[in-house]
Design a protein around this ligand. Structure first.
Ligand code: GDP
Ligand code: CA
Length: 323
């Protein structure tokens, strides 16, 4: 079975770890990762979501934090600070720095991001084929109004530095309109037996992947059933601030509103099936009324066992909606 998943960082990576538990060795998982969060820091190209997937599946992640390396030290950051060189608000540890140095060096030598990602994965052996959504530069920017007046900031500045404390007025994946899907992305979607939307952020993770021209169309055209899992449980994101970016695109932070935002494939939308948490069982009817097959199952990724059960439910739902 060929499974293709779109993914952001923590939510995507943790789900994929559960999915890996339940597939058989002959199955192939291809991950199309969000690169809209990418940022250039200290002259280095940083790809937070690709790295979170790579480290999580490769056994190098800082478990509690959900991003960055385990057993990290911070000497480089401290030394930069001593020089008065920032930004201080973005956490890059010593081990993590090595990844960004290798990546930047390879990009400088002319390799596309997809080839660089493959090379980094040679070390980490994540057990999935990890593709960036595009080799072209895409950077998500957020329009806000604060004491400095109306302005636009990089998504990382909005998320990490400002903690999404001010309202996001607009979210723009800068460069997406002219970006091309990375090699293998459209082919993977066309050849997929199942397409999954993990409980990643619907706007700045999955939404950004879908903003690359051709990807949304390829999902819609795919022969495979498309099933998503709600990142919203009981009206709130389980962790993080997804409600802030949902508000920016006019979507309520509820499990059913996110399903309707993706839309039914029977009505110009993207998904055939949707899983909500048991806490949101009351919203199943509204999702089904929109033409999306829906089930309520536990969706808290408390450990790999619980996450594997979610993945099993997603594949079962995919089978039940297969045309
Ligand atoms: P990011 O790039 O690191 O923000 O990660 P993603 O976009 O892949 O996923 C972030 C989303 O994961 C958050 O908006 C949460 O709503 C969701 N999430 C985190 N933990 C859980 C969980 O245990 N269950 C569910 N259903 N969603 C979760
Ligand atoms: Ca992210």
């Amino acid at each position: 079975m060929r499974i293709v998943a779109l993914a952001g960082g923590i939510g995507g990576a943790r789900f994929l770890r559960g999915l890996k538990e339940i597939v058989s060795p002959a199955d192939e998982i291809t991950v199309i990762g969000n690169t809209g969060d990418d940022i250039h820091l200290f002259g280095l190209k940083v790809c937070p979501d690709l790295d979170t997937v790579m480290y999580t599946l490769g056994g190098g992640i800082h478990e509690e934090q959900g991003w960055g390396r385990a057993d990290e030290t911070w000497s480089v950051k401290d030394e930069m600070k001593a020089y008065g060189v920032g930004p201080e608000w973005f956490g890059l540890g010593d081990r993590d720095f090595a990844t960004h140095i290798v990546r930047t060096q390879m990009l400088g030598a002319g390799y596309p991001l997809s080839a660089v990602t493959e090379a980094l994965c040679d070390r980490w052996q994540p057990g999935v084929r990890l593709l960036p959504m595009s080799d072209d530069r895409v950077e998500t920017h957020v329009r806000i109004t604060d004491e400095q007046g109306p302005r636009v900031v990089h998504f990382q500045e909005y998320w990490v530095r400002l903690h999404a404390a001010v309202a996001a007025e607009a979210i723009v994946p800068v460069g997406a309109d002219t970006a091309k899907p990375a090699p293998g992305v459209l082919e993977a979607l066309a050849a997929a037996d199942v397409i999954l939307f993990p409980p990643s952020n619907p706007v700045v993770s999955i939404g950004t992947v879908l903003a690359v021209p051709g990807i949304r169309e390829a999902v819609r055209a795919a022969a495979a059933p498309v099933v998503g899992l709600s990142p919203i449980i009981g009206g709130a994101p389980v962790r993080g601030m997804a409600d802030k970016v949902l508000a920016a695109v006019g979507v309520e932070a509820t499990a059913d509103a996110v399903a309707l935002h993706y839309g039914s494939r029977t009505a110009e939308g993207l998904i055939d099936g949707w899983l909500v948490d048991t806490a949101d069982a009351a919203s199943v009817a509204a999702v089904e009324a929109a033409g999306i097959s829906c089930r309520a199952v536990p969706l808290l990724m408390t450990d790999t066992g619980a996450t594997a059960a979610m993945a099993r439910e997603a594949l079962a739902l995919a089978e039940s909606v297969r045309r």
